[in-house]
Write a protein of this length. Structure first.
Length: 472
């Protein structure tokens, strides 16, 4: 395992039996540890290097990472954590004999990790919860794929005649999966109905050739009659599937002017409804494929990508459950996806040394903490109250704020709901008994979150210690 240790360079001196040992005076001790450098070097490492004070071995009570910032050492070591990492420095090689602070070239380490025995491990329950809520690959998703393929075939068959009726050159679109279906972050609805799938329909025509709603109407004409209900909506054309009047699922088809036909090489999404005014009938830059690449490029390992999907699914199910009866608008699913990436997610493990089992609870805590911290508190003169606003910018063009349309009241409600979730997650983290931890989590995530039977939770055992060697 490789660790980056962004701490001050210790001085060398002769030790017992002529061996070189490492020491550092308190006067030379660094005031800060650059945690951002550590996290960039080894994503998911949840500890920092101990300060060197003349001892070759230090115990570090620090399990919470602080990416993208520098924190005082004393603050790091005062953190309330549930694990201990012991780092023994074996050998240090400097870049030159006279290099000063931050002049390390390599360091050989021995590390051992110890998880406290009185902390409940609920990863098994998180795994079961993820399985229960995810949109399955061969059940619901297979049905959606079948409908998607039927719609693609119908467009390919009908569109030439539609364009001909309008005395226009026939256009053959290309298609691309997008949205939560393409990212693999979809969740089942609470009532088990009305699944959806997003499709991109790309026409190789420049934006100057068609007014945006006009091209959407061509798609609508080709699909009209395929089901009893087809609508031109603001950002897409939607085909609804129903059973006895109840919604089963729907397919959203976003209509694009392909970048291959535009001088700037960018894809443009057609926006606007049939009766929209000119100011609402627009072409807007949109890059769903680039968005996925950007969101997932942060994670080098499949563990990281998989756990990121888990966290997004948990947030989506939490949103569906906690906002369903409030009458207040909930944050969009894409906003929660970007929030997870922007505000703190990186892979977490039960054992950060062995890295053989992920820790979804720790990852979720990191994201919720980061999101709450990202809210900006502002004074509203009209109501003489403080309000909390959150900006969630797309990490790709058009860089729009995904929470911009949420009202002050909706964002305040979102903020307060996050505070309740944060309290529940921390309570679960501190719980001794998995039954207590899971009971707390179920209040936030619903009945699909399992609670183990009391007799199956067993007794606590002493903490296991895992040792390894590493070069940094």
């Amino acid at each position: 395992m490789s660790l980056c240790l962004p701490v001050a360079v210790p001085q060398r001196e002769a030790g017992a039996h002529g061996r070189e040992v490492i020491s550092q005076s308190r006067r030379e001790a660094p005031q800060f540890v650059d945690c951002a450098a550590l996290c960039r070097y080894q994503p998911g490492v949840e500890f920092i290097a101990p300060p060197l004070s003349g001892n070759r071995e230090e115990v570090l009570d620090e399990r919470v990472s602080f990416p993208d910032r520098r924190i005082p050492l004393e603050q790091a070591f005062q953190s309330q954590v549930s694990a201990i990492l012991r780092v023994t420095i074996i050998r240090v090689e400097r870049q030159s004999p006279h290099s000063g602070f931050y002049g390390w070239r390599s360091a050989q380490l021995e590390t051992s990790y110890q998880r406290e025995a009185n902390v409940a491990n609920v990863q098994t329950q998180f795994n079961a919860f993820n399985t229960a809520i995810r949109l399955g690959r061969f059940g619901e998703e297979q049905t959606l794929r079948d409908k998607r393929d039927l719609l693609r075939a119908r467009l390919e068959e009908k569109l030439p005649g539609v364009f001909e009726r309008h005395s226009e050159d026939a256009q053959s679109p290309t298609f691309a999966d997008q949205g939560s279906y393409e990212m693999g972050t979809g969740v089942k609805s609470l009532d088990g109905r009305d699944y959806d799938i997003d499709q991109g329909v790309y026409f190789e025509v420049p934006t100057s050739a068609y007014e945006p709603v006009e091209l959407k109407e061509r798609v609508f004409e080709a699909l009209e009659g395929h089901t009893p209900k087809v609508e031109v909506r603001r950002a897409c054309v939607t085909v609804f599937y129903e059973e006895n009047g109840d919604p089963l699922y729907h397919v959203d088809l976003a209509v694009y002017s392909s970048g291959d036909a535009n001088p700037d090489g960018k894809d443009y999404l057609a926006r606007g409804k049939v009766n929209s005014g000119p100011e609402f009938r627009t072409w807007g830059v949109s890059s769903p494929g680039t968005l996925k690449e950007t969101l997932f490029s942060k994670f080098a390992s499949e563990d990281g990508r998989s756990q990121f999907r888990h966290v997004v699914r948990y947030l989506k199910r939490w949103k569906d459950l906690q906002f369903q009866a409030t009458g207040l608008g909930a944050p969009r699913g894409i906003a929660l996806t970007v929030i997870a990436q922007l505000y703190g997610y990186f892979p977490h493990y039960i054992d950060p040394i062995a890295r053989d089992q992920v820790d979804d609870l720790a990852a979720l805590i990191q994201v919720v903490d980061g999101t709450i911290a990202a809210f900006v508190k502002t004074w509203d003169q009209a109501t003489s109250t403080f309000k909390h606003r959150l900006a969630v910018r797309l990490p790709v063009e058009p860089w729009s704020d995904l929470c911009e349309r949420m009202t002050d009241l909706q964002l305040e409600h979102f903020y307060n709901k996050l505070l309740s979730l944060q309290e529940a997650l921390r309570s679960a983290r501190q719980a001794v008994d998995p039954v207590d931890a899971c009971t707390t989590l179920r209040r936030q995530f619903g009945d699909d979150f399992p609670v183990p039977e009391k007799e199956l939770t067993g007794k606590r055992h002493g903490p296991a210690i895992i040792s390894s060697s590493a070069n940094a």
